[in-house]
Design a protein around this ligand. Structure first.
Ligand SMILES: [Zn+2]
Length: 128
């Protein structure tokens, strides 16, 4: 849901955090108000009040919109991505030839760290 800046300006506090969409470029503003990106994950996330302050001077031809960020949905997306990433690296460090003296090789040490990360996130590798 994208709200035209003119319409958003009366509900900035309620909007909370937002991404800034440029209709002119069909892209998001990046972090620190510098440049544009098509990738949502590279987009800056701003308080709507700040976003408004930084965009109110631009002309209507820029077609500025504010896109509210739902923190829970965002976090869920990130966790899905994290699961995929961790599964990939976990597999990458598979197949060591350590003896029984304990985990000493790079692969074992990394796998242990990855398992710790899974645990921290309350997740498990898809493949053991
Ligand atoms: Zn090993």
């Amino acid at each position: 849901m994208r709200i035209p800046i003119e319409q958003a300006k009366d509900q900035l506090r309620e909007l909370g955090r937002v991404r800034i969409w440029s209709g002119q470029w069909g892209k998001y503003w990046k972090k620190q108000y510098s440049g544009y990106t098509s990738d949502r994950h590279q987009a800056g996330i701003y308080f709507a009040t700040d976003a408004y302050e930084h965009t109110k001077h631009v002309g209507p031809e820029k077609e500025i919109y504010l896109e509210p960020v739902n923190a829970l949905d965002e976090m869920y997306d990130y966790l899905q991505d994290a699961q995929i990433l961790l599964d990939n690296v976990y597999e990458e460090y598979d197949g060591c030839f350590c003896d029984d003296n304990g985990p000493s090789c790079v692969k074992c040490v990394r796998r242990k760290r990855i398992l710790d990360m899974f645990e921290t996130l309350g997740m498990k590798p898809n493949k053991e």
